[in-house]
Design a protein around this ligand. Structure first.
Ligand code: FES
Length: 168
């Protein structure tokens, strides 16, 4: 077998391996995004944790409800993960202690107050109840987040942002 044939065979194999990897990554991403959320209770009442397990200085992500739980001024609140701007999922940045939308840079404090960016309001929230000692998030009952300028808590950024764009 000639050297050029070996090289061609190698390149074809590399292309096939690359395409297979991309296909697998696409399937995994689709599965990861769709499976847990559709199967686990979004659109319903989602049982979570005991009130004592809800953090006061961070958030607890509840994947089944697409929500974050935290305590704000001793009250348990559940924020929707969906950005009030154009619907991107908003992650909580542990280093800054704030929610930072990766799509267009909106930033919200831990209480869901709008700090910066194009979002028209703070983070929307779900109704929360305590049932049999467990926090239940009602994902069918959504309340719009507060208007920009609302200061529910005065918590400056704890440290570096996770997304450069969010502080741009
Ligand atoms: S979707 Fe979050 S800032 Fe645009």
């Amino acid at each position: 077998m000639s050297e050029s044939t070996d090289r061609r065979t190698f390149l074809v194999s590399a292309w096939k391996a690359g395409l297979a990897f991309l296909a697998a990554a696409g399937i995994w991403t689709s599965w990861d995004v769709l499976r847990p959320r559709l199967a686990a209770g979004f659109g319903a009442r989602v049982k979570t944790v005991s009130p004592d397990a809800v953090p006061t200085d961070s958030v607890l992500e509840v994947f089944e409800a697409r929500a974050y739980l935290t305590k704000v001024n001793d009250e348990i609140v559940a924020f929707s993960e969906i950005c009030s701007h154009l619907g991107c999922r908003v992650p909580f940045c542990q280093s800054s202690g704030q929610f930072e939308c990766p799509c267009h840079g909106s930033v919200f404090n831990r209480a869901g107050d709008h700090l910066t960016g194009p979002a028209p309001r703070g983070m929307d929230r779900f109704a929360v109840e305590i049932e049999d000692g467990i926090v239940v998030i009602d994902t069918n009952t959504m309340v719009d987040g507060p208007p920009p300028g609302t200061v529910t808590v005065d918590e400056p950024s704890l440290g570096p942002a996770c997304s450069e764009e969010s502080h741009g």
